[in-house]
Design a protein around this ligand. Structure first.
Ligand code: GLA
Length: 408
């Protein structure tokens, strides 16, 4: 089949998405009211119909170059970042995938129709880069697009799925982020399923990340197609963008389960928000069982950034084996309470103050789904402080900030 190039489709992709975002914000308050009525331990999508590749039983963790480097990706950057992931201790904390985003390839396929790495950026190619990353005990991810071109204009995989999947497998790629630009109006379900089948046919396990950005509600159809699906347009390194993505993603908790996750996009920690906001993003993403893909310059990351990304108590909430996405159990005037049931019976609670002035946020043990004990232990996952309560869970929360507890 022959597809024509339609440069305007990128614009349509972004503009129509902004309209969707505005609509989503408008209905968010209504949805929150509904979610508050639902029990914390309400139904979850379960994993019975999950993609049968056995991967991403907990949300994927790693790094991706896009947020900090856009098209300036290179083999040197990937190697230095892999080194840093190991030397900083982030690998031990669970960060595993080192993911190359757009702009890694040449602008045309070769005479046999194969994609070619840009050898000025990747002198050893993707296979050489993968070998280096694997030798560090990490895994390599790559980016392609379910259209005629990637968002930045490089050759897309539409109509070449089988050939490209085989090439990725031959390079020993472990993860594919598959974007949605220049899609020629072919249904997303068709295009993403074709690549799923092509990946499966290679026999190499590859995490399959659907970057469709929410147009066709992938949470409704992608549980057995991909391991994660973007729920919104691209995140930006500011509080307003992070907040609007949180508002959308938090409404989709029922669709997350082991093997298939809502993806509110990569982390912006270390990219310009305040330290308070960076703590907030990490807490909210963990509470929502989101993929934890650092999106900053890790090589030169500050001690604060590394300590946020490396908080093992918060990571444990994200990576909990029960695989439940936390729900908003109450939201009033920008003061939110989220609860996430954990495998050992504990509940992770986030008290989130969306506003700029400090405020007290309170809930109770029964509201978060705990009952039957005369006292509960609250461990503050950022300070490590431990206290007990008979019922009330309450804290003064800074503007744009969170307090995050594990309730036992
Ligand atoms: C889209 C995706 C981003 C990034 C760029 C690359 O905008 O949503 O995450 O992959 O394409 O061009």
């Amino acid at each position: 089949m022959k597809y024509t190039i339609a440069p305007i489709s990128t614009l349509i992709y972004q503009r129509s998405h902004r309209r969707r975002q505005a609509l989503a914000a408008a209905v968010a308050a209504l949805l929150v009211a509904g979610a508050a009525a639902a029990l914390v331990a309400g139904p979850s999508a379960g994993s019975a119909n999950a993609l049968a590749n056995g991967l991403a039983l907990t949300p994927p963790m790693g790094w991706n170059d896009w947020n900090a480097y856009k098209c300036n990706v290179s083999e040197a950057l990937v190697k230095q970042t892999a080194d840093k992931i190991v030397s900083s201790g982030l690998a031990t904390a669970g960060y595993q995938y080192v993911n190359i985003d757009d702009c890694w390839m040449q602008s045309t396929r070769d005479s046999s129709g194969n994609l070619r790495p840009d050898y000025t950026k990747f002198p050893d190619g993707i296979s050489g880069t993968a070998a280096y990353v694997h030798a560090k005990g990490l895994k390599l991810g790559i980016y392609e697009d379910a259209g005629t071109h990637t968002c930045k204009g490089y050759p897309g995989s539409l109509g070449h799925e089988s050939q490209d999947a085989k090439l990725f497998a031959s390079w020993k790629v472990d993860y594919l982020k598959y974007d949605n630009c220049y899609n020629q109006g072919v249904s997303a379900q068709t295009r993403y399923t074709t690549m799923r089948n092509a990946l499966q046919a290679t026999g190499r396990p590859m995490v399959y990340s659907i970057c469709e950005i929410g147009f066709s509600s992938p949470w409704l159809w992608a549980a057995n197609v991909g391991n994660l699906w973007r729920t919104t347009n691209d995140i930006q390194p500011n509080y307003a963008s992070m907040l609007s993505i949180f508002h959308k993603n938090v409404t989709l908790s029922q669709y997350a389960a082991p093997g298939h996750w809502n993806d509110p996009d990569m982390l912006e920690i270390g990219n310009g928000m305040t330290a308070t906001e960076d703590h907030t993003e990490f807490s909210l993403w963990a509470e929502m069982a989101a993929p934890l893909l650092a999106g900053d310059n890790l090589v030169n990351a500050s001690a604060t950034t590394l300590s946020i990304l490396g908080n093992k108590a918060v990571i444990a909430v994200d990576q909990d084996s029960l695989g439940r996405q936390g729900r908003m159990i109450r939201s009033s005037g920008g003061l939110d309470v989220l609860a996430k049931p954990l495998a050992n019976g504990d509940v992770a609670v986030v008290l989130f103050n969306e506003n700029s002035a400090a405020a007290t946020i309170s809930t109770t043990a029964s509201a978060i789904g705990k009952s039957g004990a005369s006292s509960y232990t609250l461990t503050d996952l950022w300070t490590g402080a431990v206290r007990t309560t008979s019922s009330t869970i309450s804290a003064s929360v800074p503007g744009h900030g969170v307090v995050m507890y594990r309730v036992h």
